[in-house]
Design a protein around this ligand. Sequence first.
Ligand code: GRF
Length: 205
Amino acid sequence: MAAMKNIVILISGRGSNMEAVVRAAQAEQWPARIAAVISNKADAKGLEFAAQHGIPTAVVSNKDYPSREAFDAALQEVIDGFSPDLVVLAGFMRILTPGFVSHYENRMLNIHPSLLPLFPGLHTHEQALASGAATHGATVHFVTAQLDHGPLVDQVSVPVLPGDTADVLAARVLEQEWVMYPRAIRWFVEGRLSVEDGKVNIDRN
Ligand code: GRF
């Protein structure tokens, strides 16, 4: 049997995607353990859920560091203390330095609430509504130095409905994120994902 893989999850707030990953890993008995949940904010709601589930937690506050480089170096040290095979960004609201990103090349995933390459950055639901698009969604991708770019692993789309507010649309997308992100992470853990020439191959056998 293959060795257990270590997953480290980074959050900044609510952590509902982290929760979905933790629950799926347990329920489906992945060959993986959630080695740690790390937040850059001490008051991130998701830390409570992690602690209640016996998952080690840590806070590395960006406010304690004079530069992005210094913060990312400190964060990297804490992450690497958990020997991660995979780093999962789950609502982690920080722009990462190129050095940090390349350290985790092909082993760091992000979920972004839009159909990339549409609407990188913040306020994606407002942007989708303003664009008049009939569909919106979310994307799981490997992280590269360019914000909200990188090899696509999976996407899910939802309809934009008449009368939608950004909150209503966000909730519709989020519900699908909770399905897509655990599934993508499971593919990684099972060794089904590979990146070649900036494209992801998924072994579906
Ligand atoms: C999600 O919409 C995710 O796609 C985006 O930030 C939100 C995080 O929500 N990156 P949560 O903290 O996982 O509940």
